[in-house]
Design a protein around this ligand. Structure first.
Ligand code: F6P
Length: 360
């Protein structure tokens, strides 16, 4: 074994550079292996100058940096790639070309750092003979088989900071402030930031809410002398009998983009609770910034473990965190069941015990 490659796919997450740095250093120091960096997800394999060697000096100083030094693409599925040809949009499958390029490069292993979409591509490539190792990444924390993904902790801290700031202005103006948070179909960011940031109401996709129940909570607080309320809303939250709000519809290639539910909740509250509302959509701020200590720590351990897996020839596997230990599982197993908030878990129980409403 001589040569590995590494790529980052999908939406970025704080801690990606920690993984890349650890992989490059571990490959060189522990195994004497070279690592190639693939630019912009899988696109780098088919683009000019898309591959470059990564030496230990190339990863110097990147640990505290957000984003990814390799670039990413969450629209770069080689099995279904949208391109404009002769003025017309077509969907092409360039996976054959990509696999050929990987073979020509005589790669001994490909480390794919990504969320569920990217890992699904990795699994398909593995089934076609590419020696792939997966590293789970997402601020949403929704990948099965691992108790945590890096990026989540930093995103939660950013969201908590926003909730702290909203508290002071909400109190001054006697308003209900809503903070819409990312997470797609999982409520982990809203739940953890909501608890850490002292939200009064937390709306998550795992618990469909009732508009009236939110108003009841606001009125209860008003009766108890609190003229303001803070609501953490996961972008994927939806009312009972309803659907998540889509800001940009998906199609056969791209998933729908979520967003906008907090405006509907705010309108209802303003019309029915006799209180002013304001909405903040935190958006991509949650994906930015310097990774927290936890995300650097987890990313470093994942990067190192991924190289060890490749060196041992354990392909089709993904590194994961279970009970504080880094283990490995089949990528297919990780993808089989996405992670969702445990409704019987202690976090939900603690929140309820504190009087936080889930809009039930
Ligand atoms: O999966 C990460 C994530 O940030 C989601 O929380 C969010 O819904 C989505 O990506 C946003 O994607 P984009 O970067 O395409 O706007």
């Amino acid at each position: 074994m001589e040569k590995l490659a590494i790529l980052t796919g999908g939406g970025d997450a704080p801690g990606l550079n920690a993984v890349i740095r650890a992989a490059v250093k571990t490959a060189r120091n522990d195994f004497g292996l070279h690592i190639l960096g693939v630019k912009d997800g899988f696109d780098g394999f088919v683009e000019e100058d898309g591959i470059r060697p990564l030496h230990p000096h190339d990863v110097r100083g990147i640990l505290p940096r957000g984003g990814t030094i390799l670039g990413s693409a969450n629209r770069g599925n080689p099995f279904a790639r949208k391109v404009i040809r002769d003025g017309k949009e077509i969907i092409e499958d360039i996976s054959g070309k990509l696999i050929e390029s990987i073979r020509n490069m005589k790669l001994d292993g490909l480390i794919v750092i990504g969320g569920d979409g990217t890992l699904r591509i990795a699994q398909e490539l593995y089934e076609k003979g590419v020696p792939v190792v997966g590293v789970p990444k997402t601020i949403d924390n929704d990948i099965g088989g691992t108790e945590c993904t890096f990026g989540f902790d930093t995103a939660v801290n950013t969201a908590m900071d926003a909730l702290d700031k909203l508290h002071t202005t909400a109190e001054s103006h006697h308003r209900v402030m809503l903070l819409e948070l990312m997470g797609r179909d999982a409520g982990f960011i809203a739940l953890r930031a909501g608890i850490a940031g002292g939200a009064d109401v937390i709306l998550i996709p795992e618990i469909p809410f009732s508009f009236d129940a939110i108003c009841r909570k606001i009125h209860q607080r008003q009766k108890q002398g609190s003229s303001f309320s803070i609501i953490a809303v996961a972008e994927g939250a939806f009312p009972r009998g309803g659907q998540p709000v889509v800001s940009i519809p998906g199609d056969s290639v791209y998933v729908a983009r979520l967003g906008g539910i907090s405006f509907q909740v705010a309108e209802f509250i303003a019309a029915n609770c006799q209180v002013e509302t304001r909405v903040t959509v935190l958006g991509h701020l949650q994906r930015g910034g310097s990774p927290s200590a936890f995300d650097r720590w987890l990313g470093t351990r994942f990067g190192s473990a991924a190289v060890h897996l490749a060196a041992e020839g354990k392909f089709g596997r993904m590194v994961a965190l279970i009970s504080e230990r880094i283990v490995d599982i089949d990528i297919a197993e990780a993808l089989a069941v996405p992670r969702r908030v445990d409704l019987n878990g202690d976090a939900i129980r603690a929140a309820r015990g504190l009087g936080i409403s889930f809009g039930e």
